[in-house]
Design a protein around this ligand. Structure first.
Ligand SMILES: [Zn+2]
Ligand SMILES: [Zn+2]
Length: 625
């Protein structure tokens, strides 16, 4: 990929002009004050060549803390922090912590493809660095069970045999994934509050509230100090399970001293607080009571608390509950098994056995709140669902907000549901969803409790990271103590210093298409884009082996270009152009196959462009006879 070449050329471009870590060179002096440049990246599309822009950051008032003692300390081995994913994007979170011969990993998620990644199913982080250093990797700890944190675990475990630590629901979800991939893993269940040792790292886990149960944040003791990673979180003072964040513990950790804070930036642009999950429960209750027909409600399957609230409200209204959609069924079963959901007896009914139950006594919980084309809700909206046909009198509730990029698919589904006569309620018109991520006031609380020396905003696009950095500054942090990294960059920490190096490790997106992992690169994507833009023209001819004269053809076959039957004149003319091109090439180049192909391609391209203004892919196929 293009970005690879760029990596090579910028490999030694570090804040202090040295490369501290990924390459052998050591900084000439303690250079914390030299961390002048800030990397700003325009949003990179996988199919474009990347654009980087180094923005000079105004130097903050100089705090010269550089002493000779520190300079010698600086020469000691630094802790390296290398994000492989999750920066300048919301997705595929994976962070490396490396000290001497020990590497531990935090999270291992995937992301969904961008629009121009035609045919790609999911996007993984690049594991190359980890495979190269396989003997160092001591383990992976997962903060919670969302796909952007666990989705790539099966792909990693196929390449590295390492222990995976996580809380019960998180590990349960991973276990389901591993089964689908037909592999086993060394999975270690922990409880929030447990301490685990991963290589020389001592990790304390602390419960946090988020839109999935069993989420934790991490306080990691390292030889250079404590690294605090929030994972994804919001501050919910009234969580559904009555287990809020242990603020006292966070304050103790902060008091003891935290070298680096890495914190969730998803909602850093939003002022105020994220509302409690409790609000959603109450809003849903009010809506349920007003419904007369069936209720069909879509939400994220992993939001076990939301599902519990939905079921509680259904029971209160005397409704039976049917579960629809594979991932919803899997997660609900797992959550029942682990005791995270409790459902009164005689509440659940099979989705195929709803006949005979009055509409006013039915509630269906389903997947598809993001308008995913294969999901149960989407199939209901197009009458392709086996057991549920949407009809007048149904109330359909989308208890979620579209993830950025999904707005259109969601509104398509909403429109279709309205067309079928359903009453559709979505978060634009009611309080039926709250975010799982902390807004500005909650972030301020965490910063104030943890009081880190250095700060690295994580889990966000550039605008989120930047806004989070400004928020930290507004709380009194020095801008030079705040580091906005890009995937593949490295932050080297010693007891006294922090240094940022750019492009130390390859962190290109790895595309998964069907069973292929990483075999679709920029060239394949470019062809897919060209094919999708103007289609394909195949020029077929049979050529005499000896004389190289045309025996039959040329024929024109096209796909996605024009409707041939209505454009026979154009196709006939194209045949003549191809024939002339072949004859011309034969006259001037004799028997050179490549010259013949090039000549046909070029003549055809210019003819098609002149007559249609389009640029389809042109593929000559000549057979010898
Ligand atoms: Zn996340
Ligand atoms: Zn999450």
């Amino acid at each position: 990929m293009k970005r690879q070449e760029e990596k090579q050329s910028t490999k030694t471009n570090t804040r202090n002009g040295n490369s501290n870590g990924g390459t052998a060179a050591k900084p000439k002096q303690n250079s914390k004050g030299g961390m002048l440049t800030q990397l700003k990246k325009s949003v990179k599309k996988a199919t474009e060549s990347p654009v980087r822009e180094d923005v000079k950051r105004t130097t903050a008032p100089t705090k010269n803390r550089s002493t000779s003692a520190q300079a010698s300390e600086n020469k000691s081995e630094p802790l390296k922090i290398i994000p492989l994913g999750g920066l300048n994007e919301i997705g595929k979170n994976l962070t490396i912590l490396e000290y001497k011969n020990d590497i531990m990993l935090v999270d291992c998620g995937f992301s969904f493809p961008e629009d121009e990644m035609y045919g790609i199913d999911i996007v993984l982080p690049d594991f190359t660095y980890l495979i190269k250093n396989a003997n160092k990797v001591k383990g992976l700890i997962l903060t919670h069970g969302h796909e952007d944190h666990i989705g790539a675990v099966p792909y990693l475990l196929k390449q590295l045999n390492i222990p995976v630590y996580g809380t019960r629901l998180t590990i349960g979800l991973v276990e389901n994934k591993l089964k689908e991939h037909g592999i086993r893993g060394n999975l270690k269940r922990i409880n929030p509050g447990d301490k685990v040792k991963i290589g020389l790292f001592e990790v304390e886990t602390i419960r946090v509230t988020h839109s999935v149960v069993d989420a934790i944040c991490l306080s990691i003791n390292t030889p250079v100090g404590t690294i605090f990673h929030t994972g994804d979180f919001k501050i919910d003072y009234t969580p559904v399970d009555g287990a809020p964040i242990d603020f006292a513990r966070l304050a103790e950790i902060g008091k003891r001293g935290v070298k680096l804070l890495m914190a969730d930036s998803t909602n850093a642009m939003r002022p105020g607080y994220t509302a409690s999950e409790k609000v959603v429960g109450e809003a849903l209750g009010n809506i349920f009571r007003s419904a007369e027909g069936r209720i069909i409600i879509a939400t994220f399957s992993s939001n076990v608390h939301r599902v519990q609230r939905i079921i509680d409200n259904a029971v209160a209204c005397g409704r039976k509950v049917a579960i629809s959609g594979r991932s919803m069924i899997n997660v609900v079963n797992l959550a029942i098994e682990l005791g995270y959901i409790s459902i009164p007896a005689n509440t659940l009914v099979d989705i195929n056995k709803l006949k005979g139950i009055p509409d006013s006594k039915v509630l269906i919980v389903t997947t598809g709140s993001q308008g995913e084309p294969m999901s149960a809700l989407s199939r209901m909206s197009t009458s392709e669902h086996k057991s549920v046909q949407i009809r007048k009198g149904d109330m359909v509730i989308l208890s979620s907000t579209p993830v950025p990029g999904n707005e259109k698919t969601v509104s398509n589904v909403v429109n279709k549901l309205f067309e079928k006569g359903a009453d559709v309620i979505y978060s634009d018109i009611a309080d039926i969803h709250v975010s799982g991520h902390a807004c500005q006031e909650e972030l301020k609380l965490i910063h104030s409790l943890i009081k880190p020396t250095y700060f690295m905003p994580v889990h966000g696009e550039y605008r989120h990271l930047k806004r989070h950095a400004l928020l930290a500054e507004s709380l009194g942090m020095d801008s030079e103590d705040i580091f906005i990294l890009e995937n593949g960059d490295m932050l080297s920490l010693t007891k006294q210093s922090a240094d940022l190096s750019y492009n130390v490790v390859s962190a290109d997106p790895v595309l998964v298409d069907g069973l292929g992992v990483g075999d679709v690169g920029n060239i394949v994507l470019r062809d897919r884009r060209l094919l999708s833009e103007a289609g394909l023209i195949v020029v077929v001819a049979t050529i005499n082996r000896a004389t190289k004269e045309i025996i039959s053809g040329p024929d024109i076959i096209s796909r996605g270009f024009v409707y041939v039957r209505e454009n026979s004149d154009l196709i006939d003319e194209a045949k003549i152009v191809a024939q002339k091109a072949l004859e011309k090439s034969h006259r001037s180049n004799g028997a050179d196959w490549n010259a013949m192909k090039t000549c046909v391609k070029e003549e055809m391209r210019s003819f098609i462009y002149k007559s249609t203004g389009r640029n389809p892919v042109i593929l000559p196929i000549f057979m010898e006879a």
